[in-house]
Design a protein. Structure first.
Length: 442
C-alpha cells in the first residue's frame, strides 16, 4: 500500500507538532512489532505509554489482534477488514476513513475514537463500546451492534441499513441525518429524550414504542456535537521557512481533508502553491470534495468512483489510469490534464471542461458529457459507446480510432480541425450524419 502524502498529510503541517522527515504512512517497525505478538506488544505499550503509534494506511486485514492495546493509536485509512479485534482497546484512536468490513469487534472498546467515514459493513460489534465516539458518516450496513454502548456518540449521516441495534444503548446519541435507521433492528434498544433522531428532533416515548425500543426520561441536555478548532499556523523547523513548503514536515496526521474539509484544503493550496503533493493510488471513492483545488497533482491510479467532485479543478494534473465510475463531475475542470486510460464509465460530466486533456484510451461508456468542452482534446482510441455528447464542443478534438457506436452527438460542435475515428479531418457531411453542427473557423 502506498505510503506517500495524502491530502491530510499536507494539511497537518498547519496543525503544528514536532517535526520529522517521514511521509504520510505507517511506521514499518511499529507494524512489525504489532504483528509479532499481542503479548509483547501490550507489554511494550505498558512500558512506553507516551510512545506515538503510527499505523496510518497499514494493511492489517485478517490479522489476529485480540485484546491488543491500541489506545490513542493513529490508524487513518488503515485496512482492518476481516481482522479479529475482539476485546481490543481502541480508546481515543484515530480511525477515520478506516476499513473494518467483516471485522470481529465483540466487546472492543472504541470509546472516544474518531471513526468518521469508517466502513464497518458486516462487522460484528456485539457489546462493543462506542461511548462518546465520533461516528459521523460511518457505514454500519449489515453490522451487528447488539448490546453495544453508543451513549453520547455522534452518528450524524451514518448508514444503518439492516443493522442490528437490539439492546444497544442509544441514549444521548446524535443521529441527525442518519440514513436507513428505519431498516435497522432496534428491539429493546435504549432511547432517551436526549437521543437526537435523523430528523433533528428529540426522541419521544411514541417513537421508541413504534420501533420496539425502550424509552427513559433524562435531564435534558444539549445535543452532542463534535467541534473542530481552526487550524493554527504551520510549525517549521531547522532551516525551514513558511515560504519553503518542501521543508514543512510533521509527525501527526491531520483529518482535515480526509473529512472532506474543502475550505481548509483550498486555503492551504493557496498559501503553499508550490508544495508538491503525491496522491498516487489513493482511494477517494464516494468522497465529497465539491470545488476542491486539485490542480497540478500526481493522482495516477487513484479511484474516485461515486465521488462528488462538481466544480473541482484538476487542471494539468496527472490522472492517468484513474477511475471515476458513476462520479458526479458537473462543471469539473480537467483542462490540459493527463487522463490516459482513465475510466469514466457512467459518470455525470455535464459542462465539464476537458479542453486540451489527453484522454487516449479512456473509457467513457454511457458517460453524460452534455455541453462539455473538449476543444483540442485527445480522444484517440477512447470508448465512447452510448456516450451523450449533446451540445459538446469537439472543435479540434482528435477522435482517431475512437468507438462512436451509439454515441449521441446532437448539436455537438465540429470543425475542420476535428479528427474523425478514421483519422481524417471532419467535414460538413460527416457532422450532418452525426447530427452535429459543423463550424467554419476563421
Amino acid at each position: 500500500m502506498k505510503k506517500t502524502l495524502i491530502f491530510s498529510s499536507i494539511l497537518l503541517a498547519l496543525q503544528g507538532g514536532p517535526a520529522c522527515n517521514t511521509t504520510f504512512g505507517f511506521d514499518s517497525a511499529t507494524l512489525k512489532e504489532l504483528l509479532s505478538g499481542v503479548g509483547e506488544w501490550n507489554s511494550m505499550r505498558s512500558g512506553q505509554p507516551s510512545r506515538t503509534i503510527n499505523l496510518d494506511k497499514a494493511t492489517l486485514e485478517d490479522a489476529t489482534l485480540v485484546n491488543a492495546d491500541l489506545h490513542n493509536a493513529s490508524m487513518v485509512n488503515t485496512r482492518l477488514n476481516g481482522a479479529k479485534l475482539n476485546g481490543a482497546d481502541f480508546r481515543n484512536a484515530k480511525l477515520f476513513s478506516a476499513s473494518l468490513k467483516r471485522t470481529d469487534l465483540k466487546q472492543t472498546d472504541l470509546s472516544g475514537a474518531n471513526l468518521r467515514g469508517a466502513d464497518l459493513k458486516n462487522s460484528y460489534a456485539k457489546e462493543a463500546k462506542f461511548i462518546n465516539a465520533d461516528l459521523t458518516g460511518t457505514d454500519f450496513r449489515y453490522a451487528n451492534l447488539e448490546g453495544a454502548d453508543l451513549t453520547g456518540a455522534v452518528l450524524e449521516n451514518a448508514l444503518f441499513f439492516d443493522a442490528n441495534l437490539s439492546s444497544a444503548d442509544l441514549r444521548g446519541v446524535n443521529l441527525t441525518g442518519a440514513k436507513m435507521l428505519g431498516q435497522a433492528t432496534l428491539l429493546n434498544a435504549r432511547i432517551s429524550n436526549n437521543t437526537i433522531l435523523p430528523s433533528g428532533k428529540r426522541a419521544t416515548p411514541l417513537w421508541a414504542s413504534l420501533h420496539g425500543a425502550r424509552f427513559s426520561k433524562e435531564t435534558e441536555r444539549s445535543p452532542v456535537v463534535m467541534k473542530y478548532e481552526p487550524l493554527p499556523p504551520p510549525v517549521v523547523s531547522g532551516n525551514a521557512t513558511e515560504s519553503d513548503p518542501e521543508s514543512i514536515t510533521t509527525e501527526n496526521v491531520s483529518e482535515t481533508l480526509l473529512m472532506e474539509d474543502v475550505t481548509a484544503w483550498n486555503e492551504l493550496r493557496k498559501q503553499y502553491p508550490e508544495m508538491e503533493t503525491d496522491l498516487q493510488d489513493e482511494d477517494l471513492d464516494d468522497a465529497g470534495l465539491k470545488g476542491a483545488d486539485m490542480k497540478k497533482l500526481d493522482m495516477t491510479s487513484s479511484t474516485m468512483n461515486g465521488a462528488k467532485l462538481d466544480h473541482a479543478d484538476f487542471s494539468e494534473s496527472d490522472l492517468s489510469s484513474t477511475s471515476w465510475k458513476r462520479a458526479s463531475l458537473v462543471e469539473t475542470v480537467f483542462r490540459n490534464a493527463n487522463l490516459q486510460g482513465a475510466d469514466f464509465n457512467r459518470a455525470f460530466m455535464k459542462k465539464a471542461d476537458l479542453s486540451g486533456a489527453d484522454l487516449t484510451g479512456a473509457q467513457l461508456r454511457e458517460t453524460r458529457l452534455q455541453e462539455a468542452d473538449l476543444k483540442k482534446s485527445n480522444l484517440s482510441k477512447t470508448n465512447l459507446y452510448d456516450t451523450d455528447l449533446t451540445c459538446a464542443d469537439l472543435r479540434g478534438a482528435d477522435l482517431t480510432g475512437a468507438n462512436l457506436l451509439y454515441t449521441i452527438l446532437d448539436n455537438a460542435l465540429i470543425s475542420a480541425e476535428t479528427i474523425t475515428p478514421s483519422g481524417e479531418k471532419a467535414t460538413t457531411g460527416w457532422a450532418v450524419l452525426k447530427g452535429a453542427t459543423f463550424v467554419r473557423e476563421k
